[in-house]
Design a protein around this ligand. Structure first.
Ligand code: SER
Length: 605
């Protein structure tokens, strides 16, 4: 079975059972307490807790998706047969409430209401044994065995799942394994959210599917409370499943990776297989992260991307690969995956970002090597300094300073280095949290914040100015320019966008003049609600970071019928009604923020 058939069969199966197919969300999550999207349920967190209504947004309490995921936790394992940083996850989801049909949680109910354990298990088993035609002899499962002590927050044995597997699905007792908290309790992502006991499905001992029963909500203080509506969140690793179905024991031998691995091998004939796999994983991951708008930097998600790219470049040095792996990799990913992930069509920009990082890296190596010469011996602290300051990856430090590295063969060095790295990550995560804090705001849409009415009016003028600025930048610099971030207060706007070099003084002036011209034309600013696909069809710009429901608001500047429509953007508002309300627009500064990202600070007078 090809991986494309697996995608299709999964969607078909659950769509037929009342699930709405929802596109993967971005790898940049909505939730500020997590750096990257790690699970399919993340984009649905608000539906589980009832803050958003799934029936309203999706026409069903059931959704199905194939989600792009990235997990740093496995980065050190990459290079073996099963671990990846970037992977896709097939998942079906249900957000209560469960409307009991004639006999309760009923797998024959192909409607649109919430469902729970019995239905989730029935369907998973049916999909695996009947659609994927995996012989039931090969299947074992695990369930939550219950906390051993009755302590605060303890969760009992999941007897219901046990009975469903044993009595209803007919699995023998010895094929049902009881797991502990570490193994059979999932979530939440971030510091609070839905979570609960799980049941996992294994084929030939390989875990392929994790079914989470979101019966609980974990609060920030660690307390577990019963969720108002129990939900279902399942996740099946696409690459691992494909390996099982294609009869290979290495995800890099599936049709998802095979051709790409072959291509990389051409650059390193006879190269160590483990390194080829690391390169395949990291190249794919970097390209997907970049496609979602992440740019290499020294903090948060940008730091992770930089680390991946620098590992690729370091291995290129180590393995003496003279060719540039980036252009062909970007082309390959676009050709193979852009049908599912259209953001990969942005190949030119993606490649430019990767290439800029390569130049930076080459410069850093030069400087790092010079610095390295000063030391007689390199310990964990020195290695970390070289790593952090010059961006030299550990593999490369080890390679370039072989005789200088202390305890090289003891493994201790690597462990301590990893510890040092984790500490650093904590700091950068804490930074991310602080940035998003804030109290007592009258307006807080995430992008816009104001403490009183007066500030709010100003902020809203700035908001419209931001749309105008984005339009104007794209007019002057080209359509590759895209918003990557924005921060507005009552004093100024700050607008980050993708662009690869410093703007000239003329360009800045042109952008400013163009914006003022449109302000003076008194263009109307208004919104229309439309389906997401219609909005995409008319070319409305979407901010990378956001996820959008099926019906979206699109803000327009100018009117089509008058021939002066200039801007259409996915946006929740608020905005002023006419560009003339903005006032005079003035750019104060244009500067670099990260590789491939520029920032403009502007005021209105
Ligand atoms: N959230 C669970 C996981 O990531 C199931 O989707 O494994």
């Amino acid at each position: 079975m090809t991986s494309e058939q697996i995608r299709q069969k999964f969607f078909d199966f659950f769509e037929k059972r009342g699930h709405k197919i929802v596109s993967s969300s971005s790898l940049i999550p909505d939730d500020p307490s997590v750096l990257l999207t790690t699970a399919g349920m993340q984009q649905f967190k608000k539906y589980y807790i009832g803050e958003l209504n799934a029936s309203k947004d999706f026409g069903s309490q059931r959704t199905v998706s194939i989600q792009k995921c990235f997990r740093t936790s496995d980065i050190e394992e990459v290079g073996d047969n099963t671990h990846l940083t970037f992977f896709e996850m097939l998942g079906n989801f249900s957000f209560g409430p469960i409307v009991p049909s004639a006999d309760g949680d009923n797998p024959k109910d192909f409607g649109t209401s919430g469902y729970f354990k019995r239905v989730a298990i029935f369907w998973a088993y049916e999909f695996v044994t009947e659609v994927l035609e995996i012989n039931s002899e090969r299947i074992t499962v695990s369930i939550f065995g219950g906390d051993s002590e009755k302590i605060e927050n303890s969760v009992p044995f999941d007897e219901q799942s046990y009975n469903i597997w044993h009595k209803e699905m007919g699995l023998p007792k010895d094929k049902i394994i009881c797991g502990k908290r570490e193994d059979n309790f999932w979530g939440p992502t971030g510091d609070e959210g839905p979570c609960g006991p799980t049941t996992e499905i294994y084929v030939d001992g390989i875990e392929i599917w994790n079914l989470v029963f979101n019966e609980y909500y974990r609060e920030k203080n660690g307390r577990l409370r019963k969720a108002e509506n129990p939900g279902i969140d399942t996740g099946m690793g696409f690459e691992r499943l494909t390996a099982v179905l294609q009869g290979v024991d290495d995800v890099f031998e599936t049709d998802i990776f095979k051709d790409f691995v072959f291509k990389i091998n051409e650059f390193i004939p006879g190269g160590e297989r483990k390194i080829v796999k690391i390169l395949a994983d990291h190249l794919k991951a970097s390209i997907f992260l970049t496609a979602d708008g992440i740019r290499p930097s020294n903090k948060e998600a940008g730091y992770i991307l930089r680390r991946l790219l620098r590992r690729i470049l370091a291995y290129s040095v180590k393995c003496d690969i003279h060719a540039d792996l980036f252009p062909e990799s970007v082309d390959f990913m676009k050709a193979k995956f852009s049908r599912f992930y259209p953001e990969l069509n942005n190949a030119k920009t993606i490649l430019a970002v990767l290439e800029e990082e390569r130049l930076k890296f080459q410069e850093a190596i030069g400087k790092g090597l010079k610095e390295m010469k000063k030391y007689d011996e390199i310990g964990v602290k020195e290695a970390f300094y070289l790593y952090e300051t010059f961006g030299l990856p550990f593999e490369l430090i080890k390679e370039l300073a072989r005789q200088k590295v202390k305890n090289l063969n003891k493994g201790e060095f690597e462990k301590e280095f990893a510890k040092e790295f984790e500490g650093h990550q904590e700091i950068s995560r804490a930074g991310a949290e602080k940035k998003f804090g804030g109290h007592g705001l009258v307006l807080n849409t995430g992008e816009l914040k104001a403490v009183n009415e007066e500030e709010m009016k100003k902020v809203i003028r700035f908001h419209t100015a931001t749309h105008l600025l984005q339009w104007s930048l794209r007019e002057v610099l080209g359509k590759d320019v895209r918003q990557t971030g924005s921060d507005i207060n009552a004093e100024r706007l700050r607008f980050d966008f993708s662009f690869n070099r410093k703007m000239t003084a003329e360009e800045i002036k042109k952008v400013e003049d163009l914006a003022n011209e449109k302000i003076n034309e008194n263009l109307p600013v208004y919104f229309k609600e439309m389906s997401k696909s219609d909005a995409e069809k008319i070319g409305a710009l979407a901010f990378f970071k956001a996820k959008y429901p099926d019906v979206v608001k699109v803000y327009f500047i100018g009117a089509e019928e008058k021939g002066n429509l200039i801007s259409a953007e996915f946006c929740g508002g608020p905005h002023i009604n006419n560009t003339s309300e903005i006032g005079k627009f003035k750019i104060l500064k244009e500067e670099a923020v990260a590789a491939g990202i520029r920032r403009i600070r502007a005021i209105i007078e």
